[in-house]
Design a binder for this molecule. Sequence first.
Ligand code: SF4
Length: 329
Amino acid sequence: MELVSPAGNMPALKAAVDNGANSVYLGFKDETNARHFPGLNFSAKNICKAIDYAHNKGAKVLVAINTFPQPKSWQKWEEAVDLAADSGVDAIIVADIGVLDYAANKHPQLARHLSVQGSASSIESLGFYIDNFGISRAVLPRVLTIEQIKEICSNVSIDIEVFGFGSLCVMAEGRCMLSSYATGQSPNTYGACSPANHVEWIEKNDTLECRLNNILLASYQKNENAAYPTPCKGRYSVNGNTSYAFETPISLNTIGVLDQLIAAGAKALKIEGRQRSPAYVAKVTQAWRLAINSISQDSKNIPQQAISELNSITEGVDATTGPYQKEWR
Ligand code: SF4
């Protein structure tokens, strides 16, 4: 099982590599990747240093170019693919079929992974990307059970990567329009859900209101934990009930089903969080390294140390195995 850790910047990349990541994934400083946040990501200047550091320690570098180009700015996606290829990265992670087509034709030697944003969740859909764009790996959207992942792994010729830990969307990767509806910008096009310049926190007597482009997403009591205000994690009134109508703020943590994901045939496990601090990346990577090593050594017992570390840093109030174990089905 390859451990794929996030690298939002050079210190995070070093933290990931030094703590046992087999690969790091990163993006460039523009809207060509789905974590286009101020202060994050890599420039043409420091991408080579990042690659050198990772390669010298035996880790691979994967570059996410996984947003969907808009007609007027297509050139940026071509430039990102060219820069990745010229810099010597190990693979690019792409969602858009136009970008995949460009990469396959212009840089056939550069490995192509299908991004989670591509939202391919069936053998047939993956077959389309394999046949037409020669992808060597796909990151599955977080919609499938372990049984369904097993079925896919047994029937496709490429490596399958799954998400193991971190923040969760409401499982509609590449297709969610909520942020676009509220702000005109979304992860799919601009690279960020609920961009910070649209977010406003307003103190009112005993409550804290959170608005996105003036749309009220939630009103918190002073003693409540407030999540980052993405529209899917707002509290809405539906039929007279005010609740997290889409999703409660909760983190994915698959450590309890890691042995099942490996047995299903998943070849790589991705940690979400390019927006996280180097200290967070170090801690999470170290815990997963410990867990994967212990399973590889034929032990089904995940070290308690790894479990406790991950429990201490899950976002929101709780953790879930998300779609992997859909008990409500
Ligand atoms: S609104 Fe929620 S589900 Fe939609 S892209 Fe943002 S985080 Fe993901």
